[in-house]
Design a protein around this ligand. Structure first.
Ligand SMILES: Nc1ncnc2c1ncn2[C@@H]1O[C@H](COP(=O)(O)OP(=O)(O)OP(=O)(O)O)[C@@H](O)[C@H]1O
Ligand SMILES: [Mg+2]
Length: 510
């Protein structure tokens, strides 16, 4: 309904009386009173979603409002894309319905702008018959659905319902993401485990210092993430974080990578080059896989840590740097020292602040959190994230995770891609995790509520079904031959085929 006092404004606000009713209710029901009768809660104006309709045809916008406005949905209308952009900037709309062809800025451009400004709104385009190419283009740019004119009210309701459902899902994802960010995440390290929170606390505590940090933990536990967090927690550090994997390079290359080299210092050194220590000046150097360096490199590193100075390979000039050293290893350095593979003095230099990252199997409470996080991360751009079926989640919770978070991340990425529907079932998880292999017989979750013969009967049926299927496959759907293979009478096999509702026709075509 247009407000006559509002004629200067271009946005046509939805029926005012709906707001009035909401106000009346708020007198009767305190705003934070959630226990009210459901019909009162449902009509609460705060729960009302907002729709913006843009079309230069005032008849159409009025019609759409009449059809769609309800206690759950308020409808605003504007007559140009420019006005729509202004309105979208000011109000949080759930859904936008826009015409494609309008004087001035067109609908396509509007969709492009919406995407570019990252406005969170689900867009539906309206279009005349015969312009399917433009619809495809609009959807490519980010529109969610389309309506052809003249608009069929039934189809309109369907499309709107779908769009609102999608919005609700997206909002839920955003809410979860926000929650993850606020309570369970530190510099993108997700955890609610007390030991991990102890690490976060420690990182905050040492942020202002230059002390050397040694991170120990199994592969894939997040050591690199922690090293990054140490660097980024120290805001006063102006330099960069420079990482080097000490295990990846042969000794002579590692030396020149770390300390740089002078021109001609070795055959391929055709120019002077700065090393990682120099590049990390006033910042952090991350020495990954420190447990794998040779004795000679250990001696060289020790000197740098003691004196904070070094020479480039082939050079004499002594270079001084102001660097925080963070080292990581998946070995137990103390044990390496005891067994004579790692210098004790270097170990003590590195071990000023020690971070022990617990393996994932010691923090199972993090598994569901990480699963949600990775499901969101690996959702397709325009789809809601997949869900993990409860029995699949159970598997994830009991698995031992030798590859820790990295292994979990890979499993979720793979299963998200290979799952067609919206739910990931155990069969989409890697076999080593679920323990289900193709050959393996079906497993039973034994529940003592059922007597043993119950399970025996179930197992027999499973085997019968499998056997008959295989025999049908071999006999190409021929029941007589199948019965021979089963060593049963034809009648008995026919009986079982219908009892188990086995469809024999697919076997005939193979
Ligand atoms: N707590 C966590 N929250 C979110 N992502 C995590 C977490 N821990 C690890 N990851 C992810 O798991 C993967 C492995 O982490 P990272 O590389 O930090 O492990 P690492 O301990 O350095 O492993 P490696 O010993 O094999 O070098 C990365 O993709 C990282 O983003
Ligand atoms: Mg690493």
């Amino acid at each position: 309904m247009e407000n006559p006092n509002d004629s200067g404004k271009t946005i046509h606000k939805g029926t005012e009386f709906a707001h009035d009713r909401a106000d009346d209710r708020s007198k009767a029901v305190p705003p934070n009173e959630h226990e009210g009768p459901p019909e009162v809660r449902e009509k609460d104006d705060r729960m009302r979603r907002k729709l913006l309709v843009v079309d230069d045809d005032p008849y159409l916008t009025t019609q759409l409002r009449k059809l769609l406005e309800s206690d759950e949905l308020s409808v605003d209308t504007v007559s140009s894309a420019q006005e729509a952009l202004t309105a979208l900037g000011e109000t949080d709309y759930s859904v936008l319905i826009t015409d494609l062809k309008m004087p001035g800025m067109g609908g396509m451009e509007l969709i492009r702008e919406v995407a570019q400004r990252r406005v969170l709104v689900t867009t539906i385009v309206t279009t005349g018959f015969g312009s399917i190419d433009r619809v495809v283009e609009a959807m490519r740019l980010g529109a969610y659905d389309f309506l052809t004119k003249p608009i069929d009210p039934n189809n309109l309701k369907l499309v709107m319902d779908r769009a609102l459902k999608k919005r609700a899902l997206q909002d839920e994802v955003l809410r979860l993401r926000q929650q993850l960010k606020e309570s369970y995440s530190f510099n993108s390290i997700i955890s609610k485990n007390p030991k991990m929170h102890g690490i976060f606390e420690l990182i905050r505590h040492i942020a202002g210092t230059k002390s050397t940090v040694l991170i120990e933990g199994e592969t894939g536990t997040g050591k690199e993430l922690i090293a990054k967090a140490v660097h980024y927690a120290s805001e006063e550090r102006q330099g960069s974080l420079v990482a080097i994997n000490c295990a990846a390079l042969p000794e002579n290359l590692l030396e020149s990578e770390l300390f740089g080299h002078e021109k001609g210092s070795f055959t391929s050194a055709d120019a002077r080059r700065k090393g990682r220590f120099e590049l990390a000046d006033k910042g952090t150097i991350f020495l990954d896989e420190i447990g794998d360096i040779s004795q000679a490199m250990q001696a060289k590193l020790l000197r740098v840590l003691q004196e904070k100075r070094f020479e480039r390979v082939g050079g004499h000039e002594s270079i001084e740097v102001d660097v925080r050293v963070v080292a990581a290893t998946n070995k137990n350095l103390e044990k390496e020292v005891k067994e004579g593979r790692f210098r004790e003095d270097l170990f003590y230099r590195l071990n000023v602040i020690k971070v022990d990252v617990p393996p994932l199997r010691e923090r199972p409470e993090d598994i569901p959190l990480l699963v949600t996080h990775f499901l969101n991360k690996y959702a397709r751009p325009n789809d809601p994230p997949k869900k993990m079926a409860p029995d699949a989640m159970e598997r994830l919770l009991v698995y031992r995770w030798p590859g820790n978070v990295r292994e979990l991340e890979n499993a979720i990425e793979r299963s998200s891609v290979t799952t067609v529907g919206d739910t990931i079932n155990p069969d989409k998880l890697p076999a080593r995790i679920t323990g289900i292999s193709e050959e393996e017989k079906p497993r039973y979750e034994i529940d003592l509520q059922h007597p043993l013969p119950y399970y025996l009967k179930e197992a027999t049926e499973q085997i019968e079904k499998q056997y008959i299927r295989k025999a049908l496959e071999k006999s190409r759907g021929n029941v007589g031959r199948c019965a021979e293979l089963c060593g049963l009478s034809r009648r008995s096999v026919s009986g079982k085929i219908s009892q188990y509702e086995i469809d024999k026709y697919p076997f005939k075509s193979t």
